[in-house]
Design a protein around this ligand. Sequence first.
Ligand code: SME
Length: 157
Amino acid sequence: MAVDFSGLQRELEAKCTAASSARELMESMVTTLHDRVPHYHWVGFYLLSADGIMLKLGPFAGAATPHTRIPLNQGICGAAVTLGETLVVDDVNSDPRYLACSLETKSEIVVPIYRHGKIVGELDIDSHTPAAFTKQDREFVEACARLVGELLEARAA
Ligand code: SME
C-alpha cells in the first residue's frame, strides 16, 4: 500500500506545534517514521558537536548502531554535512564512504538540518530495500528535517 506522506507530514507538523522541545519532536518523529513507513528500517538523528567536528547519535528507532560518533570526514553521514546537501545512496555497498550499521541495509538517505543557515545535525534513514528512496521520500524527509530546524530556531533543544 502506498504511504500517505502528506497525511504523515500534517501529523508531524501538529507534533511540532505541540512539542515542548526539539528533542521531544525528534523522539516522536523517529518512532513515527520507523513505525509508519514500511521501508524505513532505521531512523535516527545525528547532532553536530558544539565544536563542529563530530556527529553524535541522538534519538533513533531501529537496531542499535555501533556508530554513535561519526567524524565529518567519515561515512555518508559525514559527507552530507561536509557537502551541505541531501545524499541519497541507492546501493550502500557500492559507496566507499558507507559505514555499515547492519548487513541488511541496502540504501540510505541523509538530510542535513539547518538552524539559522548553519548545519546543526541530520536525519538519517536506512532501508533494507535497494534504491528505496524516491523523489517523494526525499521531499518528505527534507520536510521532516526542516520541521526540526524550525523548532530549534524557535525554542531551546
Ligand atoms: N551508514 C552511516 C552510518 C550511520 S548508520 O547508518 C546508523 C554512514 O555511512 O555514515
